[in-house]
Every structure is written in structure tokens, then in C-alpha cells.
Ligand binder design. Structure first.
Ligand code: ITT
Ligand code: NA
Length: 199
């Protein structure tokens, strides 16, 4: 079976390939970039789960193949959960990871170490062409550094230090990050659901 990864974020594609193959999912994983003619769906939902389902349904409908999507972001305690679903465009331009991270650090410059709690959140959605849908969620709790550290990962990884870790997510290996991440948790929970529905 072909399974479409309904994302144009190549960092997510790389992580999802590793997570889903480690979970023993025996399907051909095809990135959404294989379908350049399919327009991106507007992310009009108000939750991660709604946006993940919108993306998965759009690809499943347009390709006639099962699709999985990831909607994810960073939720900061002292900002009441922001950037949240706006994580990819926090500084204005969609996907400008460095600008988003720098703006967030500036917004938190007066916040002391005891109040820098945050978590990564991921909704993983599966949609079949017949409209069947499933969604599961994962989160990674941590604290926010005052300066970035590490070259791995993407997005806000250089400033999120997972609870119990001395390193940021960007200082973990890809396997170490996937083992604990919001995305790893969500897609490891989705894998048996995919197997079940696709046979
Ligand atoms: P698609 O919608 O095509 O999947 P996207 O990059 O637009 O790609 P989102 O709307 O889900 O994806 O935005 C996710 C943002 O949240 C992303 O830009 C990162 O800044 C942040 N983010 C998500 N997962 C992350 C992770 O594992 N590490 C660091 N930052 C992450
Ligand atoms: Na997006």
C-alpha cells in the first residue's frame, strides 16, 4: 500500500519515515511533494487535531490514497499556550524557523527560569479516501532556554530542553529525539491504527 505523508515540511518527512518504519509499518511512504499539482489546504482549524485532519483529508481525497498528516507546534505556559497552532508563522512569514525562534526568545526575555515551562504538541491524523478518519496526539514537556543550542532537528528544537534532559532537542540525535518527541509518541500510537485499517 502507498501511504501519503500529507506534509511539505521535509524535516517532518524525515522524522516520519524513521518513526513509522521503526514502528514496523510495511507501506510505501510518499511525500506530498510527489503531488505538486495538489494545492495546500488552508489550515483554518482552531486545534492541532482539526488542522491535521484537514491536511490528511485533502491529500486522501485528491490522490485516492490513504494519507497521514502532522499538525504540531510549541505551546508556552506563560503565553497561555501560544504560539500553538501559529508556531510556523509566529514572526509573520510561514516557515521562517529562525525568525520565529528569535521572536519567541525576545518575548520571553523577562521570564525567569522557574517560569519557562513549555511543550511540543503533535496531532497525527489518518484519512482514507472514503472519509474514514482517526487522530491521535502526543506531547513533549520541557523548559525553554534563553539562547539556542544545537544544530539538529528544526523549528524550536534549539530552545526546548526536555524534562530530565541536559541537552536541547537540537542536541539530541535524530533517534533520541524520535524516541521521546511529541511526533514519535503520536505516530507510534497511529501506526497500529493504520495497520488495522489498511490490513
Ligand atoms: P505542513 O503543514 O506541510 O505539515 P508546516 O511546517 O507548515 O508543514 P505546521 O503547520 O504543523 O507544519 O507547523 C509546525 C511548526 O511547529 C514548525 O514550523 C515548527 O516551528 C514547530 N514544530 C513542530 N514540530 C517541531 C519539532 O519537532 N521541533 C521543533 N519545532 C517544531
Ligand atoms: Na502548516
Amino acid at each position: 500500500t502507498r501511504l501519503i505523508l500529507a506534509t511539505r515540511n521535509q524535516h517532518k518527512v524525515a522524522e516520519l519515515r524513521a518513526i513509522l518504519s521503526d514502528a514496523g509499518l510495511d507501506v510505501e511512504l510518499v511525500g506530498a511533494d510527489a503531488y505538486p499539482e495538489i494545492p495546500d489546504v488552508p489550515e483554518t482549524g482552531v486545534t492541532f487535531a482539526e488542522n491535521a485532519l484537514l491536511k490528511a483529508h485533502a491529500l486522501a481525497r485528491a490522490t485516492g490514497l490513504p494519507a497521514v498528516a502532522d499538525d504540531s507546534g510549541l505551546c508556552v505556559d506563560v503565553l497561555n499556550g501560544a504560539p500553538g497552532i501559529f508556531s510556523a508563522r509566529w514572526a509573520g512569514k510561514h516557515g521562517d524557523d529562525r525568525a520565529n525562534l528569535e521572536l519567541l526568545l525576545a518575548q520571553l526575555s523577562d521570564i525567569d527560569a522557574a517560569h519557562r515551562g513549555a511543550h511540543f504538541f503533535c496531532a497525527a491524523a489518518l484519512a482514507l479516501p472514503d472519509g474514514t478518519e482517526r487522530v491521535v496526539e502526543g506531547r513533549l514537556l520541557g523548559t525553554l532556554r534563553t539562547a539556542p543550542a544545537g544544530d539538529g532537528g528544526f523549528g524550536y528544537d534549539p530552545i526546548l530542553q526536555p524534562l530530565g534532559e541536559t541537552r536541547t532537542c537540537a542536541e539530541l540525535t535524530a533517534d533520541e529525539k524520535n524516541a521521546i518527541s511529541h511526533r514519535g509518541q503520536a505516530f507510534r500510537a497511529l501506526a497500529p491504527v493504520v495497520k488495522d485499517l489498511l490490513g
